[in-house]
Design a protein around this ligand. Structure first.
Ligand code: NAP
Length: 245
């Protein structure tokens, strides 16, 4: 059985080793954005497919029996591409996405639907803002001339940047004490984050709760709904689905 895993996440790497040890012929695919990516076991291909048509062609050429979309919940284009390509080639698709974070009783979260909504809200309501949204959408906050943005990401964010900013280049996992120190040290009054889910970067939410910092939570884009798509939240759940299919 030949499987294509669309990856770039820890779950994708876990599933690649799970399937490989069970004798599957696995190819993992990465976008190629990060300079030194953590590589999964098994075959790896890097770079875009050229949209849904390119991916469909790749699936046929490599006689793929099943596709697992284990990309980050905010990687919207590749998920849409996987949905379209598997529909036209009649290949089952497992959408493996970790559960979203949920607010607890003591959390002060404001849910927004987009980066633009988050940018408008924090520019109006807050002063020292911690941006933990990756590097691709920081430009949406660049129109605010007044407030301070502490931008934490793995690689240098794309320009333009807000007039007043500090950049911290760092990669998780992050610890609660360090997150508290970061927020206190920069007098942060709002944290902006995508609802990525998972444990690697969740300490910032605990720190915000502890300090009473507001959390502007950018909710996930909706996933494509199709009859050939089966949802899983863990690699083990995906594996059970693959066996059944
Ligand atoms: P995106 O906007 O959905 O994808 C943009 C384009 O990049 C896609 O149309 C596709 O090109 C190519 N691409 C994306 N993921 C690919 C993959 N796994 N294999 C081959 N091509 C891929 O994605 P993104 O938000 O830029 O994320 C890129 C990658 O980084 C994803 O694989 C994701 O899992 C990982 N990642 C993303 C985030 C995030 O917050 N967005 C966080 C952590 C990791 P073609 O149309 O040419 O096929």
């Amino acid at each position: 059985m030949r499987a294509l895993i669309l990856g770039g996440t820890g779950e994708a790497r876990e599933l690649a080793s799970l399937l490989t040890t069970r004798g599957y012929d696995v190819t993992s695919s990465l976008a190629g954005r990060v300079r030194n990516p953590k590589l999964p076991v098994g075959a790896v291909r890097i770079g875009g497919f050229g949209g849904p048509a390119g991916l469909a062609q790749w699936l046929l050429q490599h006689e793929i029996d099943i596709v697992i979309d284990a990309t980050h919940p905010f990687a919207e284009r590749i998920s849409a591409s996987a949905a379209q390509a598997t529909l036209v080639t009649d290949v089952p698709l497992i959408a493996l996405h970790r559960p979203a974070w949920e607010p607890g009783a003591k959390d002060r979260w404001i849910s927004v639907a987009s980066f633009a909504d988050a940018a408008r809200l924090v520019a109006r309501e807050y002063h020292h803002i911690l941006l933990t949204i990756g590097r691709q959408h920081v430009a949406e906050f660049a129109g605010d001339p007044d407030n301070l943005y502490v931008i934490r990401c793995v690689e240098q964010p794309s320009k333009p940047l807000p007039a007043r900013h500090r950049i911290i280049l760092d990669r998780g996992p992050f610890q609660l004490d360090d997150e508290i120190r970061l927020m206190k040290g920069n007098q942060i009054d709002a944290l902006v984050t995508k609802n990525s889910g998972g444990t690697m970067t969740a300490a910032k939410l605990d720190a915000a709760r502890h300090l009473g910092v507001a959390v502007v939570m950018i909710e996930r884009p909706p996933l494509p709904q199709q009859s050939n798509i089966f949802a899983a939240t863990t690699p083990e759940e995906a594996w059970k689905l693959i066996k059944r299919l």
